[in-house]
Ligand binder design. Structure first.
Ligand code: NDP
Length: 329
């Protein structure tokens, strides 16, 4: 039996090339659950893995795709049987293990979660790692005392995948959302997702000049890192928390410790990849209830496997808006 997949190969000069190929079932990795994939999606990491690898891909040829949703074909795992609808995010699938940019995937059962009630497979991939991570960030802020009455919440990289879903969730939960974006063309889109204020990227992108600025934000979901995260730390209200999710603007943190010492600001790390099963299920169930589906659907750009080489390059340049949903069939 053959199936289609986006295969990334490396040439003799070390350059990678991605193209849609027919693969044999016996080329699949050795997992205990085989899934017929319906949809996948595109995250920043996928851009790296479709392209030069970013140090994430260890062996070639490789099938990227860090997320997928599909139906179990075969299983020797005690929790899954043929016909079950499942979702996978994280666990380095699509990086060191073949991923979801294919009509078939073979993975370990412990990496899967059941498709949550109330979501279709397409919805689940419109959410994907980006949306799942946005929910983890919201939950972390709530666990550290964030409530709508505390004041406005800042979302950085707002028009990207994590930022778009974070904006929609926070707005549905009753928060006043301030959205940082570098693209004026996304202002209407962000307002439609529920942002009440747009903060131009340049207003918060400069390096820290004063370690403390006016106490402005009751919380922050940061997809950007770098100088922007450093700057935002000094703008947080007393005792407020920042959920650090991403590094779209850089991995360095040119900050001072003053906001931690004088304002009790918390910097919360968010990891979606190795998140334990119970927390995953809790986050997916929250997504099924707290993410407005009409807004999710407005974020979607449909795509196919053959669109991915271009889309992968686009997301690395910060040019993708919202969420790409890939129909692999
Ligand atoms: P996207 O590319 O969809 O979104 C990133 C957004 O950041 C862009 O849309 C842009 O938003 C903004 N941005 C891009 N470049 C810069 C820059 N140089 N300076 C400031 N802002 C910039 O990616 P995702 O939403 O999928 O992921 C966002 C980040 O989160 C990535 O770094 C990713 O690796 C990380 N991530 C981490 C996870 C975890 O488990 N911790 C899981 C998922 C993602 P705008 O145009 O609105 O300014």
């Amino acid at each position: 039996m053959t199936f289609k997949a986006l295969l990334v190969e490396k040439d003799e000069e070390g350059k990678t090339h991605a193209s849609v190929k027919d693969l044999e079932d016996n080329q699949l990795p050795d997992g205990n659950v085989t899934v017929s994939v319906d949809y996948s999606t595109l995250n920043y990491k996928d851009g790296l893995c479709v392209g030069p690898g970013g140090g994430l891909v260890k062996t070639y040829p490789h099938v990227p795709g860090i997320d997928f949703a599909g139906t179990v074909d075969e299983s020797s795992d005690q929790w899954y049987k043929p016909g079950d609808k499942v979702v996978l995010t994280g666990w380095r699938v699509g990086e060191v293990w073949w991923g979801g940019y294919a009509q078939k995937a073979c993975v370990k059962g412990e990496w899967l979660v059941p498709l949550p009630d109330g979501l279709t497979m397409r919805d689940a991939m419109a959410i994907g790692t980006a949306g799942f991570t946005a929910m983890l960030a919201v939950m972390a802020l709530e666990d550290h005392g964030l409530k709508p009455e505390n004041g406005p919440v800042l979302v950085t990289g707002a028009a990207g995948g994590v930022g778009s879903v974070a904006t929609a969730i926070l707005s549905k939960l009753g928060y006043e959302v301030a959205a940082v974006t570098g693209r004026e063309s996304t202002w209407e889109y962000l307002k439609a997702l529920g942002a009440s204020t747009i903060v131009p990227r340049d207003d918060v992108n400069e390096t820290v000049k004063r370690p403390l600025e006016a106490e402005t934000w009751a919380g922050c979901i940061d997809a950007v890192g770098g100088p922007m995260l450093a700057r935002v730390l000094g703008q947080m209200k007393y005792g407020a928390s920042v959920a650090a999710v991403g590094l779209a603007g850089g991995a360095n943190l040119p900050a001072t410790v003053i906001p931690f010492l004088l304002r009790g600001v918390n910097l919360l790390g968010i990891d979606s990849v190795m998140k334990p099963y119970d927390d995953r299920v809790r986050a997916w169930n929250r997504l099924a209830t707290d993410l407005p589906l009409d807004k999710l659907h407005d974020m979607i750009h449909p795509a196919t496997l053959s669109d991915l080489p271009q889309l992968g390059a686009d997301i690395l340049k910060g040019q993708v808006k919202g969420r790409v949903v890939v129909d692999v069939n």
